[in-house]
Design a protein around this ligand. Structure first.
Ligand SMILES: NC(=O)c1ccc[n+]([C@@H]2O[C@H](COP(=O)([O-])OP(=O)(O)OC[C@H]3O[C@@H](n4cnc5c(N)ncnc54)[C@H](OP(=O)(O)O)[C@@H]3O)[C@@H](O)[C@H]2O)c1
Length: 326
């Protein structure tokens, strides 16, 4: 590790998908990192062990955020899909202004639009506009769906797998949280050329979910199918898992956006800005093989067959290891 300079960076959402790798990259590059964590646990202890200064706090708390921003040069602002994004953004903007923070990388999403029906997506758009009104150098990241989705909604029974999602024949190029972190770190290190930029972030290959199922099948060597389901079944599945209504409202509406092409596209921003070759779906699954041994945390099971399996739903559609695309 070489000491680059003594700038201090604040990483919020530091135990999440994007934040933990962004923190690690900046530490490896010799920077000082303050990791803003929601709670102390194994994830925060790993950050501390890697050399980060960890502070426990709530992004909705002006005192917590204000203290965390003292002495900070640049910050990654990342709020989860949860109520309170606008409160958190206003709090962050005021505290960062008071602390003289020079730049912010803001996690938004590709569906952020003035007219978005999803509350979270519309609030992301408003949050971007608010941050653009500060004197900070601001950069907004608008990723498409993360590759991690595949493991969250993955269903496994015996030697076959299924993706049950409400995405019709819509398409996107899945992008991992870790690959996005390379862009976050690069922009924090050199924010000037990225001021007031909005960057859609995509993975390397655009595909529909039949294609994604084929890629997972190749990686695991088992048959995998995509079962398109209705938005209503998807929302009911989330509700039966006890998912918060804000999340259900968001995901149901972006499912419609997805079908309408809002999540489509690909580009080379991960390479050009992050100097990183983004992972394909196959590479991601091979690297996380153990996550596919069992159902993902969000799997929506179909109504069970009399023998308790869902083989009747998938097997009839499987032709060999790599189901044909429909
Ligand atoms: N998933 C996707 O496909 C996708 C696509 C495009 C954009 N996005 C955007 O990505 C963002 C999420 O990024 P991510 O996936 O890297 O994060 P993440 O994995 O969802 O993690 C969120 C982090 O924020 C922390 N946190 C939650 N509430 C907090 C609070 N009130 N105060 C302080 N910390 C809090 C969590 O800590 P605990 O776990 O301890 O609560 C966690 O470390 C969202 O804004 C979403 O809109 C996601």
């Amino acid at each position: 590790m070489t000491k680059n300079d003594d700038r201090l960076f604040l990483i919020t959402g530091a135990t999440g998908n994007t934040g933990r790798t962004a923190a690690r990259l900046l530490l490896e590059r010799g920077h000082r990192v303050r990791a803003f964590v929601h709670r102390e646990d194994d994830r925060s202890r790993q950050l501390a062990a890697a050399g980060a200064e960890t502070v426990v706090g709530d992004l909705l708390g002006l005192h917590d955020v204000g203290s965390a921003l003292r002495g900070v040069s640049g910050a990654y602002f990342c709020y989860p899909i949860a109520p309170g994004l606008l409160d958190a953004t206003v709090t962050f903007a005021q505290a960062a202004t008071e602390a003289g923070v020079r730049s912010v990388v803001n996690m938004s999403q590709i569906s952020a639009r003035r007219e978005a029906v999803s509350d979270q997506a519309r609030q992301h758009w408003l949050a971007e506009r608010l941050l653009d009104r500060t004197s900070m150098l601001t950069t907004h990241l608008r990723p498409t769906f993360f590759t991690e989705w595949i493991s969250w909604w993955w269903g496994r029974q015996g030697d076959e797998g299924v993706l049950r999602l409400p995405f019709g024949n819509g398409r996107h190029a899945p992008v991992t949280g870790a690959d996005q972190a390379y862009v976050i770190a690069a922009v924090l290190e050199r924010p000037e050329p990225h001021d007031r930029q909005v960057y859609p972030l995509h993975g390397p290959v655009e595909m529909d979910h039949h294609g994604i199922a084929e890629a997972v099948s190749r990686a695991l060597g088992i048959p995998v199918t995509y079962e398109p389901i209705s938005v209503e079944e998807f929302a009911d599945g989330l509700a039966s898992q006890g998912a918060p209504s804000h999340l259900i409202q968001h995901l149901s509406n972006v499912a419609v956006d997805y079908r309408n092409g809002v999540f489509r596209g690909t580009n080379n921003l991960i390479e050009v800005i992050g100097d990183r070759s983004p992972l394909t779906v196959e590479e991601f699954v091979i690297g996380r093989r153990h996550d596919f041994d069992h159902n993902g945390p969000r799997f929506t099971p179909p109504k069970p067959a009399p023998d308790g399996s869902w083989r009747h739903i998938t097997a009839s559609r499987i032709r060999g290891l790599h189901p044909h695309r429909r």
